[in-house]
Design a protein around this ligand. Structure first.
Ligand SMILES: C[S@@+](CC[C@H](N)C(=O)[O-])C[C@H]1O[C@@H](n2cnc3c(N)ncnc32)[C@H](O)[C@@H]1O
Length: 229
């Protein structure tokens, strides 16, 4: 959909593919829905659902689901101007604000375009345009995912669960997520389950998956927990 902190876009191929009989793919911590966007095919009868609690992202999805390719292709970000002046429409402003930020999960509206955001914009914009047809086919639920697990679960549901990590890595989201509660919920699911974590996450029996990138000289690892996969 768009570049997003914590998004799995660049290494989504390392996660298991959906089994053949899956009819619904749900990302309960939607962000930019990297797993769904990667696996959605042109002719695809499956249902695709993202659940997200961030109000900034809700406005962003609404903008993307209503706009056309032309609107994104011609959209410019400008340094030295406030985003508020350039984008009077609230949903477009939220989207611009998210794209103007440095690569961290500051899920509040920023007022100015950062140099970093400006530099990234042309390549980000290309990706957003390319994935727009898929973005428009995702059903977004604005809310707390815990309210939807029971309703959407079935033996043919695939849950791709990418929550804020425990500790400092997930703290930027300020979501106050109760990971133990998530673990209990996950164990009750009938569907196929993938949960993303890192080496510090202990609330489920995670296994090492791959080294993702280097941060301040330290290799960051991605770990995974699976059910029925
Ligand atoms: C690590 S990011 C997910 C990134 C996503 N996999 C992607 O490809 O972009 C976690 C997301 O979960 C959202 N979130 C946190 N708590 C939530 C909750 N209880 N219900 C729904 N979304 C939540 C955060 O706002 C954040 O966007």
């Amino acid at each position: 959909m768009f570049s997003y902190y914590g998004g799995k876009r660049n290494f989504i191929k390392k996660y298991p593919n959906p089994p053949q009989d899956v009819t619904i793919i749900v990302e309960p911590f939607a962000g930019s829905c990297s797993y769904i966007v990667h696996h959605m095919e042109e002719e695809d009868d499956r249902e695709f659902i993202g659940i997200e609690s961030s109000k900034l992202l809700h406005k962003t999805y609404r903008f993307l689901q209503d706009c056309d390719e032309e609107e994104i292709s011609t959209m410019e970000l400008r340094m030295g101007k406030t985003i508020e002046d350039d984008f009077p429409d609230l949903n477009k402003r939220a989207f611009a604000s998210l794209q103007s930020q440095v690569g961290c999960a500051h899920l509040y509206e920023s007022k100015t375009v950062t140099e970093w955001g400006l530099k990234q914009w042309p390549s980000r914009r290309n990706h957003i345009v390319r994935s727009l047809p898929k973005t428009k086919r995702v059903k977004i639920i604005e809310g707390n995912c815990f309210d939807y697990f029971d309703q959407l679960d079935s033996p043919t549901t695939l849950w791709f669960i990418d929550p804020p990590y425990t500790g400092i890595a997930g703290s930027h989201y300020r979501s106050g997520l109760d990971h133990e509660k998530l673990a209990e919920q996950v164990k009750k699911l009938e569907g196929y389950v993938v949960v993303c974590g890192n080496e510090n996450d202990k609330y489920l029996p995670f296994e090492y998956l791959f080294d993702s990138r280097c941060y301040r000289g330290k290799k960051l690892q991605e770990w995974i927990y699976k059910q029925r996969m």
